[in-house]
Write a protein that binds this ligand. Structure first.
Ligand SMILES: [Zn+2]
Length: 244
């Protein structure tokens, strides 16, 4: 990445909290290679198409985050038509589980390890407290646990909190073929069909919401991986970090 000056670098990669600058968890994690992403870009006509899909899809993800977080805050909301199936799937989960949100979209800081991040939700779910991260992807990827482990590690510095677990709450929506296992998703204006195993003249269902709730139990190895990323990230950005 290219930055014109140190302020530019600081704004792009971190937060200033009480006069101290901390690198952001998501920036640190971005140092890890993502081979699946290269494959994704390779399958598109050009780089610009990929960027356009990514931007639009990020906006859709933000809308879903904001809607779910408003529900957790018990604020009155109008659910946008485009994300109704995913929100209904969430409402179904929410009505069947005891979810109490303590903090939503809040900054967490590790003074010990020098980084900061923004959590989606700190919640108690069915009696257990933990970090709840909302994802709007079509699967739960292993990289997510590295991000949440960083938040848990930072929360450990708050001695008023009990030991925390963490969960990924994945929300998505798709059409399913009524005749074969294929699914069709529309993301960022791009239609993607997956899981086509046999020749089939697909007959698509209405858009159905998906809600997957998974506890991640690999904290010890995840935090090691995160701190290793941080070392690598600091090496990569040594030029700028020396100026701060
Ligand atoms: Zn089919």
């Amino acid at each position: 990445m290219w930055y014109s000056n140190v302020e530019n670098f600081k704004n792009a990669n971190g937060y200033t909290i009480d006069g101290i600058w901390y690198p952001r968890v998501t920036s640190i994690i971005s140092i890890k290679a993502k081979p699946a992403l290269y494959m994704y870009y390779a399958g598109l006509p050009d780089f610009k198409t990929g960027e356009a899909i990514k931007t639009k899809s990020a906006a859709e993800g933000t809308l879903l985050h904001e809607t779910v977080e408003a529900i957790l805050r018990k604020e009155p909301i109008v659910i946008p038509e485009t994300i109704k199936p995913a929100v209904s799937a969430f409402m179904d989960f929410y009505s069947k589980n005891d979810v109490i949100a303590h903090k939503i979209e809040e900054r967490v800081v590790s003074k010990k390890n020098n980084y900061a991040g923004t959590i989606d939700v700190l919640a108690t779910v069915n009696g257990t407290m933990g970090v709840l991260d909302i994802k709007t992807s079509q699967a739960i990827y292993r990289d997510y646990s590295m991000q949440t482990s960083a938040y848990i590690e930072a929360f450990k510095e708050d001695l008023t909190l009990p030991p925390l677990t963490c969960w990924i709450l994945r929300l998505d929506q798709a059409r399913k073929c009524l005749k074969c296992p294929a699914t069709m998703r529309e993301k960022g204006g791009n239609i993607k069909i997956r899981g086509e195993k046999t020749k089939c003249e697909h007959q698509w269902s209405e858009v159905r919401g998906e809600c997957e709730f998974k506890e991640l139990k690999t904290f010890e190895s995840d935090i090691q991986a995160f701190l290793a990323c941080k070392t690598l990230w600091e090496w990569e950005n040594e030029f700028w970090l020396k100026k701060i």
